[in-house]
Design a protein around this ligand. Structure first.
Ligand code: GDP
Ligand code: MG
Length: 163
């Protein structure tokens, strides 16, 4: 049976960028505008000798402010429910926001194996944000740069321990 991983987190932290890097195809739409992933996207992910089913989440179908939060929440909850384990992503450059805490609460409630990914960790300016992510209580943050392909060996080690 294939292990299934869901990438979860607020818009714009870099979920689709990590998805594309691990799936190796431009299946997920990457955009500067928060919330641009319209649907859940799935693909076969690979990291070293590990293979897994990967789900990219977090979309908003359109910018409808009233239902925006509810939509993200529903989609994220569905993805969490279907996954064996969760990659919970934050933006280490931005630090934690109230929205991060709201998504973290959903993840915590699910009680599934979770890795905290501190993305955008290229360079030193991200260290404070990565440290801050300990406060989520979801385990040791793994600094990566999805865009630059850095920190993936740490992600590999953490996945090996979790799978
Ligand atoms: P999503 O909304 O969580 O799926 O985020 P995206 O993957 O669409 O990325 C949002 C923005 O963050 C885009 O402009 C990406 O190029 C940028 N981004 C993604 N990963 C990194 C990273 O490792 N470092 C930096 N500096 N930017 C990144
Ligand atoms: Mg996306």
């Amino acid at each position: 049976m294939t292990f299934s991983l869901a990438i979860v987190g607020r818009p714009n932290v870099g979920k689709s960028t990590l998805f594309n890097r691990l799936v190796g195809r431009k299946l997920a739409l990457v955009d500067d505008r928060p919330g641009v992933t319209r649907d859940r996207r799935e693909g076969d992910g690979r990291l070293g000798d590990l293979t897994f089913r990967l789900v990219d989440t977090a979309g908003l179908e359109e910018a409808d402010a009233a239902s925006l939060e509810g939509r993200m929440r529903g989609q994220t909850e569905a993805a969490i429910g279907a996954a064996d384990a969760i990659l919970f992503m934050i933006d280490a450059r931005a630090g934690l926001t109230p929205t991060d805490h709201a998504f973290a609460a959903l993840v915590r409630r699910a009680g599934k194996p979770t890795l905290v990914i501190a993305n955008k960790s290229e360079g030193r300016s991200a260290e404070a944000g990565a440290i801050e992510a300990y406060a989520l209580g979801l385990g040791t943050p793994i600094p990566v740069s999805a865009e630059h392909g850095e920190g993936l060996s740490n992600l590999y080690d953490a996945l090996c321990a979790a799978l």
